[in-house]
Design a protein around this ligand. Structure first.
Ligand code: SF4
Length: 260
């Protein structure tokens, strides 16, 4: 495949959750912009916090880049990238526009921090697959693991995901990153997961390079036991597809590692 520098699109990447996926970074800023500063973030520390939605990339520019791509066989087009994708005020417009020019399903990976907002929910309802993060069971554990901006509140996140579940007809996955700090909270997190009732629970641990160590296969096995009866996928159990990114450099910048 011809190597090409890309501004807003990265990959395709092999994803244990999505098969092969072409990523769209709707923020595409030099530094990560997020409402969280997760202890395991593969993009390093958050220097630019924001909870204000604004247009970072014009929908027109994104579409121009997508239309210029070579033919690629992928399973999903995924909004993710360097920061929280729901911070893009035109996320809904982007999803609608991408669906007009591409036949793949559209996924969004969100940290759930803005899911109590009506405008964010309206945009996420347009996606075929939403992966919503929930690593914590209380305000205290949210602060310990995700280190949110001070206005971000655990109850609003949890209630936001629950309300979204009741409205959403697409596929909803709850994405839980387990690390040393929350591995003993698996039971409490499984209770919250049952209350939300997602289509799938993704049990993850950070295998890409970051500041904290991943849990072992055995520890993840123990965590999984609390979610018995739910549709679980775990990072250690899924075989990854082989893919070749259009630009390895741009993909590394967004994800920290290509194959994971
Ligand atoms: S929500 Fe995602 S991008 Fe933001 S700090 Fe956490 S892991 Fe990094």
């Amino acid at each position: 495949m011809r190597k090409k520098r890309l501004k807003y699109v990265y990959g395709p990447v092999a994803s244990w959750r999505l098969g092969s996926s072409l990523g769209i970074d709707p923020l595409s800023c030099k530094d990560k912009i997020c409402t969280f500063d997760c202890i395991y973030c593969q993009l390093g520390e958050t220097h630019f916090f924001s909870s204000e939605r604004k247009i970072y990339v014009s929908t027109e520019n994104l579409l121009e880049e997508i239309s210029s791509l070579p033919e690629i066989g992928i399973d999903y087009i995924t909004f993710s990238g360097r920061g929280e994708p729901t911070l893009a005020k035109n996320l809904g417009e982007m999803i609608k526009s991408v669906k007009k020019v591409r036949r793949e399903k559209v996924a969004v990976i969100t940290n759930s921090s803005l899911m109590d907002r009506e405008d964010v929910v309206k945009d996420l309802l347009l996606a075929d697959f939403v992966m919503a993060k929930l690593d914590a069971f209380s305000q205290g554990s949210l602060e310990a693991i995700n280190k949110p901006m001070k206005e971000i509140n655990f109850d609003a996140i949890f209630n936001g995901i629950k309300k979204f579940r009741s409205l959403y007809r697409g596929r909803l996955a709850l994405q839980i990153m387990f690390v040393e700090e929350n591995k003993d909270d698996a039971e409490k997190l499984s209770e919250l997961a049952r209350e939300i009732n997602p289509d799938e629970v993704q049990i993850n641990t950070p295998l890409r390079p970051c500041k904290v160590k991943p849990l072992s296969r055995e520890e993840i096995q123990r965590v999984k036991s609390y979610f018995e009866g739910m549709n679980i996928v775990s990072v250690y159990d899924v075989e990854k597809k082989a893919v070749q990114p259009i630009s390895a450099e741009d993909t590394l910048r967004r994800r920290g590692k290509i194959y994971s």
